[in-house]
Design a protein around this ligand. Structure first.
Ligand SMILES: Nc1ncnc2c1ncn2[C@@H]1O[C@H](COP(=O)(O)OP(=O)(O)OP(=O)(O)O)[C@@H](O)[C@H]1O
Ligand SMILES: [Mg+2]
Length: 448
């Protein structure tokens, strides 16, 4: 938009200034030429009036022409009077050369550009017949360069002024664009803050033209947040409400399984109930967290979430060590709700604690704005096939270890809600064990 407006301004200024330059120079040249010609006509009439032709054909003058430039040698202003080639009189300025007396051939004034004593000259001539003596040729000439110089001087000055005017216009255009589009810049920045999680609404005051848009957007964001919040509470309530009837069904099925006649049917009931319990626990865990309620504008810091988690893990798995290394100055801000971040990390840390032999390490790194969290353990690890299985609800690959098989499914769900990835695989350093890699895209917010 900015570039378009500036280009349009530039084009307009160029056209306008070009037009002014063209018409001004044309007008001025025309005007100067006209006044030159008028002046020369006056001069030649004055000359014709001043020169006296004696009866013997001798030429004389009562006084010089009123314009003093005809007296200065080679000034560019010349006159010449001749009597049929016999007698010739010249202006004092014409210290060399002569003017072509054939410019005129009758009593009206004619003009041409001829070569004069000092270059091409605008030459005026007229002829008067003196009875008994012959034709007197009056010629007056002015160097053409004087006219050209005047026009050139004007053009030079005009160019300077027009250039200054163009610069002023373009500067005004830039200032207008900068000031005029400032609210849009502000809106862009506010949107960026919203996306990055630094703000929960579009902040700032806006001019009346875009204020309604901003208000609508904010209303939409608020409405969205309350809708999601309500849905989240409803889902939690529903899951919670199903728990008790399910517990009654499970109890009843267990009672029926004692009887050999109903044992098979009871077994089916128990398995299905178990699946339902897992589903409910999973949904409840998700509804409790803010993942699904996440609006724009949530952030947390991994470096703040980790310490309490690690100390909890040390208590939960007292025979394992938990270590972390956070590079100095690393921005660990991520666009994830703090509760969800803690839950995600707790799932991975708990698994690592459960299956490691002795050590769990957490590493953080940022590349191109993407934050990577690595949870490494020195346990048995998982094959690629087992990894796919492990993410499913209720999968427990190691029956010897207590658990509900929901952890990784929840982790996957949180990751999907935030557009993150959770990958399990062999450790990058080649040591035995499992590496859980969480990749969190999104640049850190501008204000950290
Ligand atoms: N770090 C690990 N090393 C080896 N196996 C693992 C590791 N993490 C997960 N697994 C395997 O993946 C399965 C699924 O993990 P998940 O966290 O979903 O469930 P869980 O830990 O068994 O139960 P819950 O986390 O719900 O208490 C685990 O039962 C385990 O067999
Ligand atoms: Mg687990």
């Amino acid at each position: 938009m900015r570039v378009r407006i500036l280009l349009a301004t530039l084009l307009w200024v160029t056209l306008g200034i070009g037009g002014v330059w063209y018409s001004a120079t044309r007008l001025f040249a025309k005007h100067v030429e006209q006044s030159y010609h008028e002046e020369l006509e006056v001069h030649i009439k004055e000359l014709a009036a001043l020169v006296r032709v004696g009866p013997g054909g001798n030429l004389g003058m009562d006084r010089p022409l009123s314009d003093p430039r005809y007296l200065v040698p080679l000034s560019g202003f010349y006159w010449q009077v001749s009597l049929d080639g016999r007698e010739t009189m010249r202006s004092a300025s014409m210290t060399r050369g002569s003017l072509d007396e054939s410019v005129a051939h009758d009593s009206s004034i004619h003009h041409h550009v001829e070569s004069g004593p000092t270059g091409p000259a605008i030459t005026y001539g007229l002829i008067r017949r003196v009875p008994g003596v012959g034709d007197v040729h009056y010629v007056i000439a002015t160097d053409e360069r004087l006219l050209d110089e005047t026009i050139a001087r004007f053009e030079r000055e005009l160019v300077v002024w027009l250039a200054a005017l163009a610069a002023a216009l373009v500067a005004t255009g830039i200032v207008l664009v900068t000031f005029g589009l400032h609210p849009l810049d502000k809106l862009t920045a506010a949107t960026a803050r919203l996306r990055s999680g630094a703000a929960t609404r579009l902040e700032g005051d806006y001019p009346t033209e875009i204020a309604p848009l901003v208000a609508d957007l904010n209303a939409f964001i608020d409405h969205n947040r309350t809708t999601v919040e309500r849905a989240r509470v409803e889902a939690g309530n529903l899951a919670h409400a199903l728990r008790t009837p399910l517990a009654v069904i499970t109890d009843e099925a267990e009672r029926l399984s004692q009887d050999t006649r109903t044992a098979d049917a009871a077994g089916v009931l128990l398995t299905q109930s178990q699946i339902m319990v897992q589903q409910i626990e999973f949904r409840l865990a998700r509804a409790r967290s803010a993942a699904s309620a996440r609006g724009p504008g949530t952030t947390s810091r991994v470096c703040e979430a980790l310490p309490p988690l690690l100390s909890a893990m040390r208590r939960l798995h007292p025979d394992k060590t938990f270590d972390t290394s956070i590079p100095d100055g690393l921005d660990t801000t991520v666009p994830i709700d703090a509760v969800d971040l803690s839950e995600l990390l707790a799932i991975l840390l708990d698994n690592a604690g459960k299956w490691s032999r002795e050590a769990v390490t957490v590493g953080l790194a940022r590349t191109d704005g993407t934050l990577q969290i690595r949870v490494l353990d020195d346990g048995p690890g998982l094959t690629a096939k087992q990894v796919t299985e492990a993410f499913k609800i209720g999968t427990r690959l190691d029956p010897a270890m207590p658990g509900s098989g929901l952890g990784l499914a929840i982790a996957q769900d949180i990751a999907a809600a935030y557009g993150l990835t959770v990958d399990l695989g062999a450790r990058a350093d080649g040591k035995p064990g499992l590496e859980a890699l969480v990749t969190i895209p999104g640049r850190p917010p501008a204000d950290g």
